[in-house]
Design a protein around this ligand. Structure first.
Ligand code: ATP
Length: 238
């Protein structure tokens, strides 16, 4: 579904991606793990079209999307849940979700939105109770659920999740990972960027280790969890 080939990306003089190649098949959850500054967010930004690579290629559903802008990739079915959540605090949950659909389709058809909301409420019953609440007053976990919902509205084909566990209490992290498992069971294709490598590899089919802008290792989630170097560097095993 998605192929990234030999991607190079610079921020001025900073060589953030140094020949990254990866592949995501339909229905797979692929984890990208790595420490701070490894280039994980940059990789997702490049796939979505928010930053322009210097060279290399990104193809999605057999189309070259390397230099296609985010507006178009969103219309093509790629959706990002950004790191740090980007909640519109002074808008209600309802308004935040509506904006998600507007961004995807341009003009919101109310009937379509109501239908989408039913799906969202089924998956996230807590958001139903909080639909008229200002988003800024939600707990961190609820905000993450809302932002994931916002990305899901309009039925994307490829979901990019950037550090969904960031800043959340362990019990809430478990809830978020249960949601990711549910999405996987429903057949969603996901790229999951995480510093919590153990968690990410527990839901992923395959994974890539990004180190200082290049792919240091890749394999099935099981292989990576069993790899001594990965365990030592990323899974907290001494
Ligand atoms: P983190 O988990 O801390 O977000 P990351 O793996 O997502 O890290 P990136 O945010 O992709 O890493 O950053 C990769 C490299 O590019 C880092 O060295 C970072 O300092 C640099 N970088 C990222 N964004 C910019 C920017 N807008 N301008 C200049 N350098 C940047």
């Amino acid at each position: 579904m998605l192929t990234v080939s030999d991607l190079h990306m610079y921020y001025g003089g900073v060589h953030a991606l140094k020949g990254v190649s990866l592949e995501v098949n339909e229905g797979e959850v692929v984890a990208v793990i790595g420490s701070n500054g490894a280039g994980k967010t940059t990789l997702l930004s490049a796939i979505l079209g928010m930053v322009k690579p210097r060279s290399g290629q990104i193809s999605y559903s057999n189309q070259d999307i390397t230099y296609i802008t985010a507006h178009k990739t969103v219309n093509m079915g790629i959706s990002l849940v950004p790191e740090g959540r980007e909640v519109f605090s002074s808008m209600t949950v309802y308004e935040n979700l509506r904006l998600g659909l507007k961004k995807r389709v341009g003009r919101v058809n109310q009937k379509e939105f109501d239908r989408e909301l039913e799906h969202i409420f089924f998956r996230f019953p807590r958001l139903k109770e909080r639909i008229d609440q200002l988003a800024g007053t939600l707990s961190g976990g609820e905000q993450q659920m809302m932002v994931i919902s916002r990305a899901l509205i309009g039925k994307p084909k490829l979901l990019l999740l950037d550090e969904p566990s960031l800043g959340l209490a362990p019990i809430i992290v478990n809830e978020i990972f249960d949601i990711i498992k549910g999405l996987k069971q429903d057949g969603m294709t996901i790229i999951l960027v995480e510093q919590m490598a153990n968690k990410a590899l527990s839901v992923a089919d395959r994974g890539y280790v990004l180190e200082n802008g290049h792919i240091a290792m890749s394999g099935t989630a099981k292989e990576l969890r069993g790899n001594r170097e990965v365990a030592k560097a990323y899974l907290g095993v001494s």
